[in-house]
Design a protein around this ligand. Structure first.
Ligand code: XUL
Ligand code: CO
Length: 443
């Protein structure tokens, strides 16, 4: 079989001093950090859509990516060759997992029945190749946003036949995910939103969205699918407003419709940015609700306002992400899926490797740095001290719901309550810097 990436054999760990651009400087898959091998903490996944299907076109210009293994057609032979190239990529880059949309793997044909039949054949090949290479499906999903029928949404479309089509497509995508041993299934509502409120009934749209998710929960049980269902929040783009705006919005929606606990969250960095949040904010909102399921790791250019899906190569960002992940006890079914694409100028197949290598190293660094912050303990200590009074008798009675306004008024009416202890933000930032930079050379 002709290789898609003949220029590289296998990316290996060579340590922080290496000058080899096809080597890891921090990601040493089997090295143990905080009690577990790095690969088990990080659970890296590559996505089929950007890695195999993104030609790097933009609204102003044509695709630029060179994909010598791809003849540009929707033929079954081409789909099968893409599978081979993808698995070769995973193997050479040392990435254990992958994610896909149904339509990334096989094209949309005249009817759903025809599309399903071809998807089944290509997915069988993907399963065989992935199994042989020891690669696992982190999650699957259905593309409910590319075809013109979904122009006004899928679950929230004002057209009930479109809703029905979307449900049928999800049903099959869940089946394929299950067949491939998927650990999860994602709902990203590509067009579940609106461009104008003049032509939308918001309350009705939201009820319909909840109906689709409940049917997915029911179908999951019927299938015997043990994976996790995730919703991936995003505030806008392509719609002006998307109903799954951010983590807090989605959690409120799930609670209102009796879906909390049945569906959890997949949080994406650039979507957090578009919602004017830090990624850390979104992760903490999800974690506080016990609903941090999985992560789409990328980053954006905040002053550009687009979902640029850049590779997450920022060490500081990766450290903050891993701090939250470690604080929750780590991923269970989730992982770090690189929902990232090359810049349009980075058109060569080599750049697919550089994007992933740089990101895997950033997260390996972030893992070591986050573990070092936890071992150092000064930040956790400062936090504990700041809240210490809440652990006293009064604080505990308030937290248990045993206090009233009247009682608290009696308590403080004659007191002069002054300033609380200093927040020491700058000192904490300094500690953070000291520990994170020390971790730079540590293993
Ligand atoms: C789009 C996005 C999607 C989902 C999967 O912004 O993030 O690729 O992750 O549908
Ligand atoms: Co995503």
């Amino acid at each position: 079989m002709q290789q898609a990436f003949p220029f590289v054999d296998r990316v290996r760990y060579e340590g922080p001093a290496t000058r080899n651009p096809f080597a890891f400087r921090h990601y040493d898959a089997d090295a143990v950090v905080a009690g577990r091998p790095m690969r088990d903490h990080l659970r890296f996944a590559a996505c089929y859509w950007h890695t195999m299907r993104n030609g790097l076109g933009d609204p102003f210009g044509m695709p630029t990516a060179a994909m010598p293994w791809d003849d540009g057609t929707d033929s079954e032979g081409n789909c099968l060759r893409r599978v081979d190239a993808f698995v070769e990529f995973l193997e050479k880059c040392g990435i254990d997992r992958f994610c896909f949309h149904d339509r990334d793997v096989a094209p949309e044909l005249g009817t759903l029945r025809e599309s399903n039949a071809m998807l089944d054949r290509v997915a069988a090949h993907l399963k065989a190749r992935a199994d042989a290479a020891g690669k696992r499906l982190l999650w699957g999903t259905a593309c409910l946003f590319a075809h013109p029928r979904y122009m006004a949404g899928a679950a929230t479309s004002p057209d009930v036949r479109v809703f029905a089509h979307a449900c049928a497509q999800v049903k099959h995508a869940m089946e394929v995910t299950h067949r491939l041993g998927g650990e999860g299934y994602v709902f990203w509502g590509g067009r579940e939103g609106y461009s104008s409120l003049l032509n939308r009934d918001m309350a009705r749209d939201l009820r319909h969205l909840a109906r689709m998710l409940q049917m997915a929960v029911d179908w999951k049980a019927e299938l015997g699918f043990k994976g996790t269902l995730y919703v991936e929040p995003k505030p806008r783009e392509p719609s002006v407003h998307q109903y799954d705006f951010d983590a807090a919005t989605v959690l409120g929606f799930l609670r209102e419709h009796g879906l909390f606990g049945k569906v959890t969250l997949n949080i994406e960095t650039n979507h957090a940015t578009l919602a004017a949040h830090d990624m850390e904010h979104e992760l903490r909102v999800a974690a506080a609700a016990g609903a941090l399921g999985s992560i789409d790791a990328n980053m954006g250019t905040p002053n550009c306002g687009w979902d640029t899906d850049q590779y997450p190569t920022d060490y500081s960002l990766a450290t903050r992400v891993m701090e939250v992940v470690l604080s929750t006890g780590g991923f269970t079914t989730g992982g770090l899926n690189f929902d990232a694409k090359r810049r349009r100028e980075s058109w060569s197949p080599e750049d697919l490797f550089h994007g992933h290598i740089a990101s895997m190293d950033a997260f390996a660094f972030g893992l070591k740095a986050a573990a070092a912050l936890r071992a150092d303990g000064r930040l956790a200590d400062a936090l504990r001290r700041r809240y210490a009074a809440w652990d006293g008798e009064l604080g505990q009675r308030i937290e248990r719901g045993e206090a009233s306004f009247a009682e608290l008024e009696r308590l403080v009416a004659d007191e002069r309550v002054g300033s609380p202890a200093s927040g020491m933000q700058e000192r904490l930032e300094d500690t953070w810097n000291a520990v994170v930079w020390d971790a730079r050379t540590a293993r």
